[in-house]
Write a protein that binds this ligand. Structure first.
Ligand code: NDP
Length: 329
């Protein structure tokens, strides 16, 4: 257990290269819990870290991976014992702390959640940060008053990790779901997840200059941001809400107060990374019980560490479909 395999990203003449290397456990940062990682997953943020995005990761060489599930190998706190099965997502994991693309991580106990009984270690990473984020979006919409009989709920970035799980979750809860995608060839995948309407991304990119658009959606989960997000705001029904969690289409948007003051719509921000551990734990419990999503395996593509760099390129090109599960053992 002194050595382990990890994907390591290093800078080479101005570009960033990933390779599988042998690392030493004693190189890992200080922390109360050492975890033997069984699974991780690929999120957009991991792809940014692996491509040298300094907004995500300041120093290289670095092992990305914002998600990990595995078994406690050493613990200096009473809450965790050797052999406990645990989940870690977010906080600094995989950003500036060596992440889940290594067979071991060492982290503060304050980041660690015991695996809920209703999810296996593999299922936890089929969901990962993407599933946690999708669930937090749906939870926030429901707290703002959304109910399944109110009409269609729009999901942008539909074939992505957060988007595909949001569709599967909403559909399993009885919502009518409309999926916005740039991938016309993925209609069958989206319908199998539970989408009943497919909207081409170009439709949501038009009409940026208009103050309001036709009222259509009872609610929305936006994973892409940019002007698409504000076009969603402008096409919400009176009093409806959009949960905003992502930025693949951009961080800025042209906006006006009109949808808010004329239709009383709500723009709800969602963060799944830095929220308190108890909030994460309560959402994981929900995902393991009443919100357990059926057929999760159908939206997953499983890769080894060696296969991961190719999957990262696909994500950076915006071409990934569904979730990528990373197998560490
Ligand atoms: P993915 O890369 O899996 O999915 C993103 C999807 O966005 C793509 O599959 C594509 O779907 C769509 N897309 C890609 N490029 C563009 C573009 N230029 N314009 C519009 N749509 C585009 O990412 P994740 O699902 O992992 O994450 C989604 C977003 O959520 C990211 O921005 C991520 O950083 C953010 N996030 C935020 C969290 C938080 O705590 N707030 C936590 C987790 C993620 P399609 O082709 O179907 O349109």
């Amino acid at each position: 257990m002194t050595h382990f395999k990890a994907l390591q990203v290093h800078e080479q003449q101005g570009s960033f290269v990933s390779s599988v290397v042998e690392r030493r456990v004693d190189e890992l940062p200080a922390g109360e819990v050492l975890i033997r990682v069984h699974y991780s997953s690929l999120n957009y943020k991991d792809a940014l870290s692996a491509s040298g995005n300094r907004g995500v990761t300041r120093e290289y060489p670095h092992t990305p991976g914002i998600d990990a599930s595995g078994v406690v190998a050493e613990s200096s706190v009473s809450e965790f014992a050797v052999g406990d099965e645990v989940i870690v997502t977010g906080y600094d994991l995989g950003m500036n702390t060596s992440g889940g693309y290594g067979q071991y991580i060492r982290v503060p106990a304050a980041w660690v959640i015991k695996r809920p009984a209703g999810l296996t270690l593999r299922e936890a990473m089929l969901l990962g940060t993407a599933g946690l984020t999708a669930a937090l979006c749906v939870d926030k919409l429901e707290r703002a008053g959304l109910e399944a009989d109110q009409g269609p709920v729009l999901v942008t970035g539909a074939t992505g990790g957060v988007g595909s799980i949001a569709i599967a979750l909403l559909s399993s809860l009885g919502y009518e779901v409309a999926a916005v995608t740039g991938k016309a060839d993925q209609e069958a995948f989206l319908r199998a997840l539970g989408a009943s309407h497919i909207v081409e991304r170009s439709v949501l990119q038009a009409g940026v200059e208009k103050a309001l658009l036709k009222e259509q959606w009872a609610g929305a989960v936006d994973t892409v941001g940019g002007d698409i997000l504000f076009n969603v705001v402008k096409s919400l029904r009176r009093g409806a809400s959009v949960a905003c969690c992502g930025l693949t289409a951009g961080v800025n948007f042209q906006a006006s107060v009109l949808p808010f003051i004329l239709r009383g719509v709500n723009l709800l921000g969602v963060d799944s990374v830095e929220i308190p551990l108890v909030a994460k734990a309560s959402m994981w419990d929900k995902l393991s019980l009443q919100w357990k999503i059926p057929h999760l395996d159908e939206l997953v593509h499983e890769v080894s560490l060696q296969e991961l760099p190719k999957a990262i390129e696909t994500t950076l090109a915006g071409k990934q479909v569904g979730r990528v599960l990373v197998r560490l053992q």
